[in-house]
Write a protein that binds this ligand. Sequence first.
Ligand SMILES: [Zn+2]
Length: 119
Amino acid sequence: MTTIQWEVSREELAELLAYPRRKMRDNMDVRFCPHAAFYNPVDERCIYCHQDMECKWLNHNDELVSIEDKSDEDIKRELTKAMDYVEAQLTAAHLNRRACTCDNCNWLNRVRKVLAVAR
Ligand SMILES: [Zn+2]
């Protein structure tokens, strides 16, 4: 297992994971979910669900799972996935602005910094 020299505390890492968690929860449509958004790896409805990425991420990164129990590699991987998710939410207007200060861009900049150091 790799140990990463994080530039930030575990508390800050936990806080960085909280932002995409809120976002994914807000955006997820669970009206048709047969499992109340608890990912079930043996149900093929889950495997073919269009929200499977968010669902898996949320189940894996629930706030009840202590950040202290997570490995460095795990945190890095989950932050990277969350980055892809938040990036995909950016509209063209964001991308055209050179220094956008919206919540999404602020978060992305923080994570990029954290991951660049950790790599
Ligand atoms: Zn922005």
